[in-house]
Design a protein around this ligand. Structure first.
Ligand SMILES: NC(=O)c1ccc[n+]([C@@H]2O[C@H](COP(=O)([O-])OP(=O)(O)OC[C@H]3O[C@@H](n4cnc5c(N)ncnc54)[C@H](O)[C@@H]3O)[C@@H](O)[C@H]2O)c1
Length: 415
């Protein structure tokens, strides 16, 4: 089988994928990171025979079939567009685009290109999420009416190693991340399982800044979570969390239909609970079915070794198969930009304490025109441009002095 020549752009998260790429028979031909710290780590792992670049302009000239984009969260779209314009397939880390205008630009570029675009969204491929999709597809839940997705990633306010690895400088995107923006891990699994597409969104903030004088925090967002609801194109409703930071760490999903429901169990590994009503249960099932689903996949042993519950391995495999078999990617540019639009407009909703926003259909030119000039962003730009939108729900919030001072001290060292 043809080996796909792939380049990796951004070697922190990008480096997490090296093993999955190689295990799926991809040929890593080039990597790029402007930060020596990460480029040197990549060199140590991949050795000679791979080209190393600090500049994207040089990297993109390297002969390759595909690029994995793992650069800054809010800067994927411009680089994806440059790859698509050169006919290079794109697997982009989340989020697809950091502004509404970039969503439009990305869709237009993907439509013009012969290359494929896929969002590198790994959570739908976790074991329990594959099972939730399998049960939805079986039809035994009836018509799907409602689903929940929660991605909960609290970080200890004393975790210096996290700050150094994931927020290495003060203007880093993670310090300006509104709680709604990192939405793909909570929303993609339920969009994929149910096939429903959000068309209207509303969101509320959970404001609770780190104000403990012993805390270490560089965040300009005082919110711990955003509670987001969407109305979908099949009349179903989703409730998702974006990236929350409350309670105990973990991610959980629940889908309810007219005849039954399925959910993974918080804190219980990969177990799922599938429940039906007495009158609606399939003959071979109990009303309550608690079980650990099976992979039913030829590469089970390899999947289990990889990150995010095997999702990292499977998302790479899916992308490579889409190229090799000339298939439409499951998380194509419309799926991906719809999620980015929900994330962005949920934040606008939250700033107005729940004002609803319609989610554009980027297949339609009239919806594109409406948003094509909207570059509002809560993040610093690539050339140090200041944010044009606040990231915190409370307009008067400024990061407490003690935690910020401790953070700035902590990031003077790298690990
Ligand atoms: N799917 C997942 O489970 C998962 C997990 C972690 C991170 N991510 C995503 O991966 C992406 C990267 O996050 P991260 O954790 O690696 O942190 P990060 O954003 O700090 O790292 C980005 C890396 O890209 C490099 N880079 C950025 N712009 C560049 C440019 N113009 N030229 C050369 N190099 C450049 C930086 O030097 C840095 O090493 C984000 O989008 C994040 O959301 C996804």
């Amino acid at each position: 089988m043809k080996q796909i020549k792939i380049g990796v752009f951004g070697c922190n998260r990008g480096g997490d994928y090296f093993r999955s790429l190689l295990a799926n028979n991809a040929d890593i031909v080039a990597v790029c990171d402007k930060d020596d710290f990460w480029l040197n780590k990549a060199k140590k792992r991949l050795g000679d025979g791979v080209a190393y670049y600090a500049s994207f302009d040089e990297f993109i000239e390297h002969p390759m079939d595909a690029v994995l984009l793992a650069n800054y969260f809010n800067e994927h779209a411009p680089f994806a567009i440059r790859c698509l314009e050169k006919g290079i397939h794109v697997l982009s880390e989340c989020t697809a685009a950091g502004t509404m205008a970039e969503c439009v630009q990305l869709v237009r570029a993907a439509e013009k290109s012969k290359a494929k675009y896929m969002l590198c969204e790994n959570y739908p491929f976790m074991k329990f999420n594959r099972e939730i999709k399998r049960i939805c597809d079986s039809g035994t839940l009836g018509k799907i009416l409602y689903a929940e997705g929660e991605y909960n990633h609290p970080v200890a306010s004393s975790d210096v190693a996290f700050m150094r690895k994931y927020k290495p400088y003060a203007e880093h995107w993670r310090n300006y991340l509104p709680r709604t923006y990192y939405i793909t891990h909570s929303m993609a699994p339920i969009m994929y399982a149910t096939g429903a597409n959000p068309i209207r969104v509303t969101a509320l903030p959970v404001f609770a800044p780190f104000d403990d004088s012993m805390a270490i925090s560089g965040s300009h967002c005082g919110d711990r979570a955003a509670i987001i609801t969407t109305l979908n194109d099949d009349d179903s409703v989703f409730k998702v969390s974006g990236c929350a930071g409350f309670g105990a760490h973990g991610n959980s999903y629940r889908v309810c239909g007219t005849e039954g429901q399925i959910e993974n169990l918080r804190g219980m590994g990969t177990q799922v609970m599938l429940r039906y009503n007495k009158w609606s249960k399939p003959a071979e099932m109990e009303s309550n079915n608690l079980y650990d689903p099976k992979w039913n996949h030829k590469d089970e042993a390899l999947i289990e070794k990889e990150g995010h519950g095997g999702g990292d391995f499977l998302v790479i495999q899916e992308f490579l198969n889409c190229i090799l078999e000339d298939k439409k990617p499951p998380f194509d540019v419309y799926f991906a930009t719809r999620m980015s639009a929900v994330a962005i407009l949920a934040h606008r909703s939250l700033l107005e304490l729940g004002m609803p926003y319609d989610i554009p259909d980027f297949r339609k030119e009239e919806d594109r025109v409406k948003w094509e000039s909207d570059f509002l962003t809560p993040f610093y730009g690539p050339n140090g441009e200041a944010p044009t939108l606040r990231c915190s729900s409370h307009a008067d919030f400024t990061p407490p002095e003690g935690p910020m001072k401790a953070y700035l001290e902590a990031i003077k060292t790298r690990e």
